[in-house]
Write a protein that binds this ligand. Structure first.
Ligand SMILES: O=C(O)CCC(=O)C(=O)O
Ligand SMILES: [Fe+2]
Length: 499
């Protein structure tokens, strides 16, 4: 019973002393706990910092493996620390003003990584050791990190590649002294992902492994039955064929730079100075590299200065939004873009006039605004035509079809990021300051199917391009229409396709 007053009895005053000693004991305990907490926080901080020691920021954020790890840390690791110190110290590590990614970012990075893995034939073991086309991280990945990549890939439904990462996670788990993830957890998701990829035998075998570790695991017991059923089904009916990838057969080899052109073809191509196409070029000729003569594709060098590029990117950065095609967030084009006109900055008008010099006399009235693009992790633009085969073409612009394309390269790309033309079996790799020009339609207005092209996934680096599309309207007098395309059977592309 607590006395109503203390001062009037020494015995009660003794109670106060006891209480004080108890408080001090508790304070001791709190300090010990906080110290343990602080040294744990220090340990975590040191290891988090170590990953970023001396890294080149562009290389780090564009490398798909480090990009994944960074996104995961911000999405999970720091949030865990935040929750802990909020509870115990009543302070915030992360608040409303902190820039953090969302789950879609983590899944998007995983999907980009998976695409790069396929296209550039990357081995999971090398990537997990930190190697990527000559670029390297400052350490190897552990079992838990491989598992996290696998998990995010399987959530992005790229099961085949997810499974490669699950296998790597298991290999590393066996080799590690104190793995930060349990084998049961890895196997649990791995078996699910294997099943989704129709790898029933392996799914069954790994479920047996799981049950050996955790015999009462209900999920696993159920899976064992389901997988056994599917195995029997496949035995009786044969395996279900996996869906083939839909892409031009030369697209991927071209992106990897594996397709080489014949010497006699190359020997016809020249580099020259263009002094004639417009009057201005007599004063300031353009350096032209012929990439293809028929159909014509030209690469103009040193046509936009570093200062202009910096300005354009700065204008773009401030306005970038997820690239959209129509109103839907694009599934096929993993980039962000923004449209800029002369109203935004006089530089855009300068670029329009320079484009006129490269467009071989097309009327500027048909020029669209400048579209600035920056690609994301594994960002690409799958094989497509810039022109529209529907009628009327691009009704939203009411300018007719996109007759020609002029694309400025605003960056070099360390690895990947080529612009490839599968039907012409040729590819161009970005050179900062250069621009590429080609026509998309025949003289009679039909789609020139030879001009199918793509932007290859960026593996390392940040790819920036600026497009100016030149529309049909207002070209009547400079490019009179001919009824038939010269010497060009309309199905030339299809013919090549069937080879
Ligand atoms: O990024 C590239 O290389 C190609 C881009 C492209 O084709 C487009 O934006 O339409
Ligand atoms: Fe394009």
């Amino acid at each position: 019973q607590i006395p109503s007053e203390f001062y009037s009895s020494i015995q009660n005053m003794e109670l106060l002393l006891k209480s004080e000693l108890a408080i001090l004991d508790r304070l001791d305990k709190i300090i010990r706990l906080s110290e343990a907490r602080v040294s744990e926080l220090k340990r975590q901080r040191d290891s988090l910092r170590q990953d970023l020691e001396g890294v080149d920021s562009l290389e780090y954020v564009s490398n798909p493996v480090s990009a994944f790890l960074m996104t995961k840390r911000l999405l999970k690791d720091y949030q865990d620390i935040d929750a802990l110190i909020r509870k115990e110290l009543d302070v915030m590590l992360i608040d409303d003003t902190t820039v953090i990614p969302a789950t879609v970012d983590l899944l998007g990075v995983a999907e980009g990584l998976s695409r790069l893995q396929d296209l550039y034939l990357l081995e999971v073991e090398d990537m997990a050791d930190g190697y990527m086309y000559g670029y390297r991280l400052n350490r190897k990945l552990n079992a838990k990190e491989c598992y996290e990549i696998a998990l995010a890939m399987s959530q992005s439904t790229v099961f085949e590649n997810a499974n490669k990462w699950f296998r790597e996670a298991l290999r590393r788990w066996e080799a590690e002294k104190s793995p930060k993830v349990s084998k049961v957890e890895i196997l649990d998701y791995f078996t699910f992902s294997l099943f989704e990829d129709a790898e029933y035998q392996e799914a069954y075998d790994r479920t047996i492994d799981l049950l050996r570790l955790d015999p009462k695991n209900e999920g696993a017991l159920q899976k064992k039955e389901t997988f056994a059923m599917w195995l029997k089904f496949v035995e009786e009916n044969g395996p279900t064929p996996k869906e083939p990838k839909l892409s031009h057969p030369l697209y991927e080899p071209l992106c990897r730079g594996e397709v080489h052109r014949f010497a006699d073809e190359l020997s016809k191509l020249r580099c020259r100075l263009d002094t004639k196409t417009t009057p201005f070029l007599r004063l300031a000729p353009l350096k032209v590299e012929e990439v293809s003569l028929e159909p014509p594709i030209y690469l103009y060098h040193k046509v936009i200065s570093d200062e202009e590029i910096d300005k354009l990117i700065e204008l773009g950065k401030a306005r970038l939004n997820r690239a959209t095609v129509g109103q839907m967030v694009s599934q096929v084009r993993i980039s962000q873009n923004v449209w800029l006109s002369e109203e935004v900055d006089p530089l855009l008008g300068v670029l329009q006039r320079r484009t006129y010099d490269m467009s071989r006399g097309l009327s500027m009235q048909g020029f669209d605004m400048v579209q600035v693009n920056n690609y994301g992790i594994g960002g690409h633009n799958i094989p497509h035509y810039d022109c529209d085969s529907e009628y009327p073409p691009f009704p939203q612009f009411n300018m007719g079809n996109r007759l020609a394309t002029l694309m400025y390269y605003l960056s070099d790309v360390e690895v990947g990021g080529g612009t490839v033309f599968p039907r012409l079996s040729l590819g161009v790799f970005p050179i900062k300051g250069s621009a590429i020009f080609w026509h998309n339609v025949h003289h009679n207005g039909n789609v020139d199917e030879r001009m199918l092209h793509a932007g290859c996934p960026t593996l390392i680096g940040s790819k920036w391009v600026a497009n100016i599309w030149i529309h049909e309207y207002h070209q009547e007098f400079v490019l009179p229409c001919k009824l038939y395309a010269e010497n060009l059977p309309e199905d030339i592309g299809k013919e090549e396709d069937s080879n």
